[in-house]
Write a protein that binds this ligand. Structure first.
Ligand SMILES: Cc1cc2nc3c(=O)[nH]c(=O)nc-3n(C[C@H](O)[C@H](O)[C@H](O)COP(=O)(O)OP(=O)(O)OC[C@H]3O[C@@H](n4cnc5c(N)ncnc54)[C@H](O)[C@@H]3O)c2cc1C
Length: 621
């Protein structure tokens, strides 16, 4: 009572203040329940800290608890006689990672590695310093903890290409069983053909919760342009607009840390805040141990009797390999690092670029979100009711189109959609997180000043352009140098021009004109003098507005020993080394024509199965 009186001087004879106090303490305890330490497996780091060292060696050490690494560690630990150690540089995920509406909230926080690309005058030119921000998750669950959760496997053609490059066992029909092993399709819609998706696996998949009716405008507008809808994207041989599946259920995110790391696994030790510096190879190139820094202080070296598996992602894995002396010899020598194995680590970096196309809509009917709506959303969430925070406006609907042929089976552009009410805080958040320079940020927000806004992001699915990743020093704390490579091949610019010429016609459709849609002309200093919407204008627009859609892959590419671009073989073993494998986005021979998380989960499942086969172990649950 005293507390309330002091805060708001409410006159209460007693019962009102008592109830108010009860309400506040209920809200606080519900909030604390949303995300607590008890949800995750124990941190072995405390025991390590107390003991000052490890009590024994491990059979397997997995580096990185991300989309693939958590799967690998969880699956290996199913063999109860194996001792498995999982080292993760981050800690437990924050509460915002739980709910889909906050999927961008961890960017630029301590749960994000916060990488940036090198400016190169070809792309990212409307960003501050002409550099794109590349967020990567630093937590249990890795980037799966901060991603937009879209679940799409990739096309049959993607995996046929992987196999044809000399990687037996990676054709679509081979990898399908590993996708399905992880999957638990929870959607009750009739869209999904029985048997196409796995059921009963650990990773829950469902359609996003969304009541945003603008989805039907997008579907109708695209239909008028000749691009219809599709029920599912199982093999990627579909094109169309579809309500995609997500690694979430009812608006709550599911990461591989949640799906694959079980709390009651005594033979799996997980150490958080364990920043791996290097893998130590002996004279016979056998990976013997891992050296890491715990909690920013004490350094430990821990031995693996069987294998070490690197799953630190497309940036972390090549960095650790190079710091361990595995990489391009000349580059390592230039930094004074020892050369153990001369391999093209860090080359062949591929990413999906993303290009926002901005429309003003609903000029006469636009409205601002109210504070009351935000409060209601939080209150409903805490009370376990239907809440806007469980909605995913951005990606509930996704489109895949082929820009060269309306009927072409393999898409070259994917779209995700972002609808904002007038003067929306979400749009301001997006502009800040993407890192647009001041002039362009202001110009984007102008589109939202007096109207609602619709942004469609054009993702270029099969880029020819490739970049590279190198070290800036031999210090493990220094972020690597990233040349994203975007638009270094003119064919990628041409694909984008074709896509822009399709999407610029949306306002002409009946569906969009009913919503008073107009393409928003951005204030791009370098492009303003060019004829608006000409190919030259679009070229300039592309080079300025291109940013990442966060899918880097390929920096430790899979391929046979005869392939001079390959780092690991088809069983994911590092060429020339023993007891060392890579299992994460780095191994992709080429980027899949879909969001990359599903393929990373599959790589983790397949990689763990290959290890079990090699040691002739079967899963014991
Ligand atoms: C904002 C955003 C949105 C995205 N949206 C989608 C989407 O909707 N759908 C989709 O399919 N994909 C999406 N992606 C991409 C997808 O999430 C990634 O491709 C995938 O998570 C990569 O998995 P990984 O296992 O290779 O690496 P990660 O999941 O990044 O795991 C690597 C782990 O290793 C740890 N690590 C790194 N270095 C070290 C070190 N030195 N020592 C110890 N630990 C280390 C990291 O902290 C991390 O936990 C998105 C990505 C981002 C950033």
């Amino acid at each position: 009572m005293e507390f309330l009186s002091a805060q708001c001087a409410a006159r209460s004879a007693g019962p009102a203040n008592t109830l108010m106090t009860l309400l506040l303490s209920t809200l606080v305890s519900k909030y604390c329940e949303l995300s607590g330490e008890q949800q995750w497996p124990a941190d072995y780091g405390e025991q390590l800290h107390q003991a000052g060292g490890f009590k024994h060696d491990y059979d397997f050490i997995v580096v990185g608890a991300g989309s693939a690494g958590a799967v690998v560690a969880g699956r290996l630990a199913e063999v109860s006689k194996w001792r498995v150690l999982l080292l993760e540089a981050g800690g437990d995920p924050p509460v915002e990672t739980e709910f889909v509406a906050w999927h961008m909230a961890t960017q630029f926080s301590k749960w994000d590695w916060q990488y940036h690309t090198q400016p190169n005058g070809r792309a990212c030119m409307a960003m501050r310093g002409e550099s794109c921000h590349w967020p990567r998750g630093k937590m249990l669950g890795g980037t799966n903890g901060m991603n937009a959760m879209i679940y799409a496997r990739g096309t049959r053609a993607d995996f046929a290409d992987w196999a044809q490059r000399g990687n037996p066992g990676w054709d679509y029909d081979d990898v399908l069983q590993h996708f399905r092993k992880a999957e638990d399709l929870r959607s009750t819609r009739s869209d999904y053909k029985v048997g196409d998706h796995g059921v009963g696996g650990p990773m829950g998949l469902n359609n996003y919760v969304s009541d945003n009716e603008f989805r039907s405008t997008i579907r109708a507008g695209m239909q008028e342009l000749g691009y219809g809808s599709a029920p599912d994207f199982t093999e990627g041989s579909y094109v169309g607009q579809m309500d995609i599946l997500g690694t979430q259920d009812g608006g709550r995110r599911i990461t591989t840390a949640r799906s694959h790391l079980r709390k009651d696994t005594p033979n799996l030790h997980i150490v958080r805040d364990a920043h791996v510096k290097r893998i130590n190879l002996n004279a016979k190139q056998r990976a013997e141990s891992v050296t890491f820094v715990h909690r920013g202080g004490k350094e430990y070296t821990v031995r693996a009797s069987k294998e070490i598996i690197l799953a630190a992602g497309a940036i972390g894995t090549p960095q650790i390999l190079m710091l361990s002396g595995i990489g391009p010899a000349e580059h390592l020598r230039s930094l004074g690092l020892p050369v153990k194995l001369d391999l093209p680590v860090g080359r062949n970096l591929k990413d999906h670029a993303s290009l926002p196309v901005i429309f003003q809509i609903d000029k006469s009917t636009a409205r601002k979100p109210t504070e009351q709506e935000l409060v209601d959303a939080m209150y409903n969430l805490l009370m376990g009711r239907h809440s806007k925070l469980l909605h995913h406006e951005a990606t509930a609907l996704t489109g895949f189109i082929n820009t060269t042929s309306l009927l072409g089976p393999n898409p070259d552009i994917q779209t995700t959609n972002f609808f904002s009410l007038m003067q929306s805080p979400e749009l301001r958040g997006y502009v800040a997180a993407t890192g647009f320079n001041e002039r362009v940020a202001k110009s984007i927000l102008q589109a939202n000043e007096h109207s609602n806004t619709y942004i469609t992001y054009l993702l270029h699915l099969k880029p020819f352009s490739a970049g590279s990743l190198t070290l800036q020093s031999g210090d493990y704390r220094d972020a690597p140098l990233i040349d994203a490579g975007y638009m270094s091949d003119e064919r990628d610019v041409d694909t984008y021009i074709r896509a822009l010429n399709i999407y610029k016609r949306l306002p002409e459709t009946r569906a969009f004109s009913q919503r008073e849609a107009a393409l928003h002309k951005l204030d791009l200093e370098a492009c303003n003098g060019l004829s608006y919407q000409s190919d030259d204008y679009w070229r300039c627009y592309i080079r300025h507005m291109t940013t990442t859609v966060y899918h880097p892959v390929g920096t430790a590419r899979m391929g046979p020993a005869t392939d001079p671009t390959a780092v690991v073989d088809a069983r994911l073993r590092v060429h020339g080394a023993q007891g060392l494998r890579v299992m994460d986005a780095s191994i992709m021979p080429d980027i899949v024509a879909a969001n990359t998380n599903a393929a990373c989960i599959m790589i983790g499942e397949k990689g763990a199965d290959m290890i079990k086969q090699d040691y002739q172990q079967h899963t014991e649950l």
